[in-house]
Ligand binder design. Structure first.
Ligand code: SF4
Length: 329
């Protein structure tokens, strides 16, 4: 589904916390097949300061009950289609109920800025879920519920709780959520073409840190905005941004962006400051220091020598400082 322009100010983006969907068991709700849960402390203790979680358990929603027979994905021997069936009773086929259940959630999922799924689940798993073929598992599946949500909302940032343990994936997911939230806020305000170009300028350095070539292609789209319908532009723009941000940024690209940013200070810094900054960026590129170090020093310099383009950019602070996400990059 594509987000449309809305004329009303009644919107999730106006709340302070960001609305995020989540598999119920990750919040400690005892909804698993064995009446257990999979509480994730990082989610419930840290992310909950910024995210308003909307929990949902598709298996409970379709009436499987707690406790219940576990289910799994199997590949149909005849046509190769994927079905979700009981592990003890294969005639218990919940594929269609799970699909319908997901399709019934689109109204509230549309108001989210991200979704965190439980890994490995035949309902909620985002990727690498076991599919059984003649009793042999291969990790190539997606949970039935999650696959429908991702199909209808291809630009919604989604991640699995298991992968959030990786610093780069965690930072990337949270950054995508904040960008998507700002994008949704913009769409609900009936933006002008100038507003949309401004949004691009605010995020361009982030995009470059992910892919210079893809950002160049995105820049060509932005340059064409004058000839396009706003709705057509927005659909293409967010699709390309999703594609750019899908893979976390690497040190080499960040180092290039940092050097580019330093270039804005070429008349303001003396040789000593310039050399110190260049050394720091190189040390970051080589992995000796985390991203937060050169960024902190650059922010210090820009506080003393403000540059409007850098001030407006989210690159140096794409998410709240307290999350300390740049400390581990
Ligand atoms: S993984 Fe999904 S279906 Fe399974 S218990 Fe958690 S919320 Fe329910």
């Amino acid at each position: 589904m594509t987000r449309e322009f809305k004329q009303t100010s009644d919107d999730r983006c106006s709340t302070n916390k960001i609305n995020i969907g989540i598999s119920s068991c990750l919040l400690g709700e005892r909804v698993r097949f064995d009446s257990g849960h999979k509480n994730n402390a990082y989610i419930t203790k840290i992310l909950s300061k910024y995210f308003e979680f909307h929990s949902f358990c598709p298996e409970v929603s379709i009436g499987l009950g707690i406790p219940r027979e576990p289910i799994r994905l199997v590949s149909d021997e005849i046509d190769g289609s994927i079905k979700c069936v009981g592990t003890r009773n294969p005639s218990l086929d919940v594929t269609e109920p799970l699909i319908r259940c997901a399709e019934n959630q689109l109204n509230w999922v549309e108001n989210l800025s991200g979704y965190i799924f439980k890994k490995d689940s035949p309902s909620c798993g985002m990727e690498r879920v076991k599919i059984y073929n003649n009793g042999n598992p291969s990790r190539s599946g997606t949970g039935i519920y999650a696959s429908v949500i991702m199909k209808y909302f291809p630009n919604l940032p989604v991640e699995e709780e298991g992968r959030l343990g990786d610093a780069h994936i965690r930072e990337n997911f949270i950054k995508r959520v904040f960008i998507y939230k700002r994008w949704c806020d913009l769409l609900t305000s009936s933006p002008s073409k100038k507003d949309l170009v401004n949004f691009h300028a605010q995020h361009k350095l982030i995009y470059i840190s992910h892919s210079q070539s893809k950002t160049k292609a995105l820049g060509q789209l932005v340059a064409e905005i004058g000839k396009m319908e706003i709705s057509q532009y927005c659909e293409s723009y967010i699709g390309m941004v999703t594609n750019i941000l899908r893979k976390p940024a690497n040190r080499k690209n960040h180092a290039n962006v940092l050097k580019h940013i330093q270039g804005y200070l070429k008349h303001e810094l003396d040789k000593g400051d310039k050399d110190e900054m260049a050394t720091m960026i190189e040390e970051y590129r080589l992995g000796y220091i985390p991203l937060v170090v050169p960024i902190t020093v650059l922010r210090h310099h820009f506080r003393r020598h403000p540059i409007p383009y850098i001030d407006m950019s989210y690159y140096m602070q794409p998410h709240p400082k307290d999350l300390m996400l740049q400390n581990t990059l």
